[in-house]
Design a protein around this ligand. Structure first.
Ligand code: ADQ
Length: 489
């Protein structure tokens, strides 16, 4: 391998995340089918090409037998993936329980229904124990595959305990941790029974990253208020050890989207969509079907818009593509039924024999179909109640080079801080405000659309996922160098 500045030109990077970027389905005793998964983390990290990267994570299936585990490990190795095997009980307690039922809502400022809150309070300790056990299992696998000089990049709220476990194995390991969700105000984090233990584990890392400066600031405040540590402009200091804390706003592989628009397959899809919706303005929502994405609120705002603007009723269509996630969690099942019920009601109310105002699909679209949809859209609606960043808004902008459509964006998405000047920012809880913004977007003169689009397009094409990862890892390398210098002095 080639060397550059004393390091291999392609540095080995161990990416550790709860889920691998592929889902595995068993086809026989020793045969597996692998399929790419959908989600923000996968999208961002697929764009990372500067490193010799391996991905460590759970494949999303229970594989109790050795034959199955060996075969899956072999199949995954071809995709440079290394599995962590978790059994059903631990998945239930760690993933469904502690991660999805406790940390996810808390970090997004969402409260649980009262009965769930009480049940969660009762099962809290056993779920937290499972969380720690699971993180230790991830650490074991990282440790087996770690080679000197590797950089270990831990991702997300599932693995807050991992930096500590890794440093206990090897204090010289370069460990970074990045959170893809918001980090809430310290007042919210304070309510978590395991608040101190989690913070202490995270600051065992050398570098801690967030999407926005606000999330980083909340994290430092939590460390100062809850742990009594000193916050510095650089991060958090604990007995002379500095943990660097900073904002690293994620991006997308924008070139991939920009180029895709000219592909014959995408052009073909676009032609079909244009014919299908001729004479109507196209509005688009693309989300995982998750509470944080504000899908019911978005649809209710669209209903209000139709109610208040009868002249638009047969001239606009909302396409909502919502890929189901966490389908075994009752709260998510309830959300699906709720969305179906609202869509059905509005289509019944405003539909005609030949057209309905909302097309709702409960599924994921392939890359080419998604790009075509983004490209023919006049107005994209991203109305997350909270969102770490939101990459859909970036993807939409990247595909709009010729149409220059309008982005309506929640002020509670991290993306509002980077695309705020070009988008129309809304409070997703205020459906009157969102309905008025829809009207404003549909009526917007072309010179204003052009100006707004140019602002966002420039940002999306210059702040890419490649740059995000390169900046994080380079800062992680430098952090270690600094630490070593301090020790030498
Ligand atoms: P997510 O909550 O998954 O990510 P987001 O950033 O919008 O949210 O990324 C979703 C990804 O999944 C996009 O690449 C999108 O194209 C894809 N996707 C969604 N629905 C789809 C569908 N129906 N069909 C096909 N593809 C679909 C988490 C955080 C975010 C943060 C990212 C990255 O919640 O706030 O931006 O990680 O850090």
């Amino acid at each position: 391998c080639q060397w550059q500045d004393g390091r291999p030109a392609k540095q080995r990077l161990l990416v550790v995340a709860n889920r691998l970027p592929v889902s595995a389905t068993r086809k026989g005793e020793d045969s597996w089918q692998l399929e790419m998964s959908v989600g923000g983390l996968v999208t961002a990290l697929l764009g990372v090409k500067e490193f010799d990267a391996r991905w460590i994570g759970w494949a999303g299936v229970n594989v109790p037998d050795d034959v199955g585990q060996r075969a899956l490990t072999k199949a995954l190795a071809e995709k440079r993936c290394i599995p962590v095997f978790l059994d059903e009980e631990i998945v239930h307690q760690y993933y469904n329980g502690y991660c999805n039922n406790i940390l996810w809502p808390l970090f997004h400022y969402l409260s649980l229904p009262q009965e769930d809150r009480l049940a969660t309070t009762r099962s809290f300790q056993s779920q937290f124990d499972a969380y720690k056990r699971a993180n230790q299992m991830f650490a074991d696998v990282v440790n087996q595959h770690y080679e000197e000089g590797d950089v270990v990049w831990c991702h997300d709220y599932h693995l807050m305990f991992l930096p500590k476990c890794l440093k206990e194995y090897n204090s010289k390991m370069k460990v970074g941790w990045f959170l893809h969700t918001p980090f809430p105000s310290s007042e919210i984090h304070r309510t978590l029974p395991s608040r101190s233990e989690l913070l202490r584990s995270v600051i065992a890392a050398d570098l801690v990253g967030f999407h926005t400066y606000d999330y980083a600031r909340h994290f430092v405040s939590a460390c100062t208020r809850i742990l009594g540590l000193e916050g510095t402009p650089e991060g958090v200091e604990d007995q002379g050890k500095l943990t660097r804390v900073a904002a690293f706003p994620i991006g997308i592989d924008s070139e991939r989207f920009v180029r895709a628009i000219d592909l014959p397959l995408v052009q073909e899809h676009m032609k079909e969509l244009k014919q299908r919706f001729a004479g109507r303005k196209v509005m688009l929502g693309v989300d995982r079907l998750d509470m944080i994405k504000g899908i019911p609120q978005k649809i209710l705002a669209f209903e209000k818009f139709l109610e208040e603007n009868p002249q638009w009723r047969d001239k606009v269509v909302l396409l909502q593509i919502a890929v189901p996630t966490r389908t075994d969690v009752p709260e998510y099942q309830k959300l699906t039924s709720q969305v179906h019920e609202i869509v059905g009601r509005i289509n019944g109310r405003f539909g005609t024999l030949t057209a309905v105002p909302i097309h709702h699909l409960d599924r994921s679209l392939d890359f080419h179909a998604l790009c075509a949809l983004y490209a023919v859209t006049d107005v994209a609606l991203v109305t997350s109640l909270r969102d770490g960043m939101n990459l859909v808004s970036y993807e939409f902008v990247a595909c709009q080079a010729s149409k220059k459509g309008v982005l309506i964006l929640s002020e509670f998405a991290g993306a509002a801080q980077s695309l705020g000047a070009g988008a129309i920012l809304v409070n997703p809880w205020n459906i009157t405000d969102v309905a008025a913004s829809i009207k404003y977007a549909l009526d917007m003169p072309s010179d204003e659309r052009e100006k707004r689009h140019q602002h966002n397009f420039k940002h999306v094409t210059t702040h890419t996922s490649q740059e995000w990862a390169a900046t994080f890892v380079s800062e992680l390398n430098d952090t270690i160098v600094e630490a070593q210098l301090r020790t030498r002095q």
